[in-house]
Design a protein. Structure first.
Length: 439
């Protein structure tokens, strides 16, 4: 897996991802403690609102940023967005009202909505060979899991000596370091071959995404992942501080258990994906994740929630969560040409966060109004909807080559080369605006 780090450009981007996510992880812990400090046992509702604002920014900004990513050099775009995020993070320690938190989070996450899909779409251009790209995806998943494991542990250590407000300063340092690493390498910036209007450019990624069956299945699995992820990220602070009557450090440890499960899955997945199809692995991950949501609810009904049970559930949810999300880049890479990848990655970013836009406020509202048992069962039901939908929407195919006809193209069109029926890896583009019925 580590062999891909021999590529200097990818190595610098990977390190940039690590330091930015370390800072983001500190903010995740700090926001939970800030919400509890301001709202007490209603912190779940406040955090649900914070994460909802985050999702609104992601859903609204990502498609626009993806549409125009081919008009700005990627390095310039990524560095500028990192510096914006660092500046906003420096303001968070000075908030005195909840509404100020909401405004700053919107600004911070709007910059992230433009940064993340552009960053993700750059990796397959740097590592075009699928085996190397798969290992890069697992390394990226491990980097994301630093937010849920190493960052909370580091936060727990820091909290023994400083106020949680200092954690926001760590976030700014992480974004600044990320900008420095990105500016140190040259990045490819594929250009669209055909000029497009603003509407077509903005909606192109979403149209490609929703026209591709395997990506519709991916979206359904994103719903399952979001249901479990929201239960962890929104309600950990309430379950630990209110239900279990534990301290601030235990909040960080619980989030670390979730990250530990995710990291374990990311380490195993490259070899697993060499032997098994993406669909089978990802469906299996959703099944594991669903089971881990149901078990705590049953435990609460039969006895009570314990610290060990919560850590175990969060660890298993982390395994299922990573098993769904890590291979998703492979599906996106296979589903678009290089010049369309930023738009398709942006569509994945936006549409997956529509799922989070549903689950974040729902998780906070359910635990506040109905208690943890109802919250666990309800989010498990939502995950089940995602799992069943994925099985229906994602055809079980063993090849990416599809036989199809081009009755709409002239005989001398270079794509058909005199034969209207042919077979090749099928993606939605100008010559293939619809998925073939036999696919």
């Amino acid at each position: 897996m580590l062999s891909v780090l021999a590529d200097r450009t990818y190595r610098h981007l990977f390190l940039a991802q690590i330091v930015a996510l370390l800072g983001t992880g500190l903010t995740t812990v700090a926001l939970g403690l800030l919400a509890y400090d301001m709202a007490g046992e209603r912190a779940g509702l406040v955090l649900g609102t914070v994460f909802t604002i985050k999702m609104v920014a992601y859903v609204g900004i990502a498609p626009i940023a993806g549409a125009f990513a081919d008009r700005v050099p990627r390095r310039t775009m990524l560095v500028g967005l990192d510096l914006i995020r660092a500046g906003v993070a420096l303001l968070l320690p000075f908030v005195t009202e909840i509404w100020q938190v909401y405004v700053l989070i919107f600004l911070l996450q709007s910059a992230s909505a433009a940064f993340t899909p552009t960053f993700q779409a750059t990796i397959p251009d740097i590592l075009p060979e699928e085996g190397r790209y798969t290992r890069a995806l697992s390394l990226s998943r491990l980097a994301y899991d630093l937010e849920n494991l190493i960052s909370p542990m580091f936060a727990a250590i820091m909290l023994a000596f400083v106020s949680y407000h200092a954690l926001f300063i760590g976030t700014a340092v992480g974004f600044a370091a990320s900008a420095f690493l990105v500016v140190s390498v040259l990045l490819p910036s594929p250009r669209a071959s055909t000029p497009r209007g603003i509407y077509e450019q903005t909606t192109r990624g979403i149209r490609i995404y929703l026209s591709t069956p395997r990506l519709r299945g991916l979206l359904s699995l994103n719903l399952a992942a979001a249901a479990a992820g929201a239960m962890v990220l929104v309600n950990t602070v309430v379950l630990v501080r209110a239900d279990l009557a534990l301290g601030e450090a235990e909040v960080a440890i619980a989030l670390g258990a979730f990250g530990g499960g995710s990291m374990l899955a990311a380490l195993v997945l490259p070899r697993l994906l060499d032997r098994l199809p993406d669909q089978q692995v990802m469906i299996g991950g959703a099944t594991v994740l669903l089971s881990a949501l149901v078990i705590p609810a049953v435990a609460i009904e039969l006895y009570r929630l314990t610290w060990a049970a919560l850590l175990g559930a969060w660890f298993v949810i982390g395994i299922g969560y990573s098993t769904i999300l890590t291979p998703s880049g492979r599906l996106l890479r296979r589903s678009a040409h290089p010049e369309d990848r930023p738009a398709v990655f942006a569509a994945q970013f936006a549409l997956s966060h529509v799922c989070w836009l549903i689950t974040y406020p729902l998780a906070g509202w359910l635990i506040t109004t109905s208690g943890p048992t109802t919250a666990f069962y309800s989010m498990a039901a939502l995950a089940a909807v995602g799992l069943i939908s994925a099985k229906i929407l994602w055809p079980n195919t063993k090849t990416y080559d599809l036989e199809h006809r081009h009755d709409d193209l002239p005989e001398d069109h270079p794509h058909i080369r005199g034969s209207r029926s042919h077979s090749h890896p099928y993606v939605i583009d100008d010559d293939h605006p619809h998925w073939p019925r036999n696919g």
